[in-house]
Design a protein around this ligand. Structure first.
Ligand code: ARG
Length: 457
């Protein structure tokens, strides 16, 4: 079956068909295509463009196709060019020639835009839910381990002590922005393009608001030419998905590091690591490594789509058919990565003693010591120099700050008093970071509370 051909003398070459057909990819849109068509024929009946009985018969036929599809009773015919052709073919098996009236007052150009918007709206809802599930795991972990102090890093070098929960909550807020970005994008996805027809609109007295309402759209695309050429909403989703994959890859990398024997901050559940075929002792964080690697697929999907869109003249061009593989791949990659990270983190064990042990080396409270001198009136630059000398001295002696006697402290500055002992304790240092968003326990608790509210909304 072909939706065109009247003006052609011969059938397309087999290779031409194979090259241009999209059914193998866009069959994934079947349920959305049918839902869109049902809304469309109901509108045609309501507006008197088709007789009511015709519209009813078409809608009933489409419902049958939908049920058959849901029951797995449909075999797609690869001779059909795309899912729109195939649904019409399946419908004609139910209602005969009447199926030919389905396409009144529309084109595949507005139809495919509609299908894609319906698909993406659902996909966004799914991705947002899965993101929230991962965020919930992060908050639960943060709440459970509020007493765990860890080394915070810059340049992958020990920097200052922070709460483990502060580190986890940093990821919470990254994923919150991802979820917000997807919600922003959804608002622009959720507009109905049907009625644009091929590009110019239609002369039939349609009621696009009725179609939009049936399909749950918030409004209509404002310009028919834009409606059939616009794929910005796909590009927006892909860029949001790419950025979310960046965050997932960052978290994945930390899981890889945290679960090494060297750090041992967390232990992954047996169910979430893999062994080695040669080294019996191995427990590898393979799922996290794959999340890290698969971020690249989604970056590629974004670049592919931008390349499809670049320099396209108005309006619909067949190039646009190439939007789907990128979109489907990004949706699938993002959704499974979110699930995997949620499970890996949620089933892991936090090794509080190993994390505490990591505080011992690295002079994590050097900034605190400098700030101590500043409070005694020494300019920060000078204090920084003094503490640098103390660190050098300790390294030479092979000791940490905690092993220094008061006399040793005083040999560097007379300002040091016995209260220096509190200043150099990582727990004490964390307590003092009370600036908004800082790592003091009360500030982290505030973040956890805010997170609870954000997850409700
Ligand atoms: N398979 C096409 C796509 O995915 C459907 C629209 C085809 N329209 C056309 N005029 N050839 O974009």
């Amino acid at each position: 079956m072909r939706l065109w051909g009247g003006r052609f003398g011969e059938d397309p070459a087999e290779l031409a068909h194979r090259f241009t057909a999209s059914l193998s990819v866009d069959k994934r849109l079947a349920e959305y295509d049918i839902a869109g068509s049902i809304a469309h024929v109901r509108m045609l009946g309501k507006c008197g463009i088709l007789r009511r009985d015709e519209a009813q018969q078409l809608a009933a036929g489409l419902e049958k196709v939908r049920a058959a599809l849901a029951n797995g009773e449909v075999e797609f015919d690869s001779a059909s060019e795309d899912i729109h052709t195939e649904v019409e073919r399946l419908l004609s098996r139910e209602v005969g020639e009447l199926a030919g009236k389905l396409h009144t007052a529309r084109s595949r150009n507005d139809q495919v835009a509609l299908d894609l918007r319906l698909f993406l709206r659902d996909a966004i809802d799914q991705a947002r839910e899965k993101t929230a599930a991962l965020q919930r795991v992060l908050v639960e972990m943060a709440e459970r381990h509020l007493d765990v102090v860890m080394p915070g890093y810059t340049h992958t070098q020990r920097a200052q002590p922070v709460l483990f929960s502060q580190h986890l909550m940093a990821y919470f807020f990254k994923f919150q922005r991802d979820r917000d970005r997807l919600a922003d994008c959804r608002a622009r996805v959720n507009l109905c393009p049907l009625g644009a027809a091929a590009l110019a609109g239609t002369s039939f007295p349609i009621d696009p608001h009725f179609v939009a309402e049936q399909l749950g759209f918030a409004g209509l695309c404002p310009n028919s030419m834009d409606a059939v050429s616009d794929r910005d909403f796909v590009a927006e989703f892909l860029s949001g998905a790419a950025l979310e994959m960046v965050h997932l890859s960052q978290l994945a990398h930390e899981i890889v590091l945290w679960s090494t024997v060297e750090l041992g901050f967390i232990t992954l559940a047996d169910a979430w690591c893999t062994g080695s075929s040669i080294m019996p002792q191995k427990r590898n964080a393979d799922p996290a490594e794959l999340v890290r690697a698969r971020s690249g697929r989604v970056f590629g999907d974004l670049i592919s789509l931008l390349t499809v869109l670049r320099a396209l003249p108005m309006t619909y061009n067949r190039d646009l058919q190439e939007d789907k593989e990128s979109l489907f791949d990004a949706v699938d990659t993002l959704c499974i990565a979110l699930e995997v990270m949620k499970e890996m983190l949620g089933t892991s064990t936090v090794n509080a003693e190993r994390i505490a042990g990591a505080l011992e080396k690295g002079f994590l409270t050097a900034t605190e010591v400098a700030d101590y001198l500043v409070r005694k009136g020494i300019p920060f630059r000078q204090a920084h120099g003094i503490v640098g000398q103390i660190v050098k001295y300790c390294e030479k002696q092979g000791i940490g700050f905690e092993q220094m006697s008061l006399e040793e402290w005083r040999s560097f500055s007379q300002e040091f008093g016995p209260d220096i002992a509190e200043v150099i304790s990582p727990e004490g240092a964390v307590q003092t970071k009370r600036s908004p968003g800082g790592t003091a326990p009360e500030r982290v608790k505030e973040q956890i509370q805010q997170a609870g509210e954000l997850l409700q909304g």
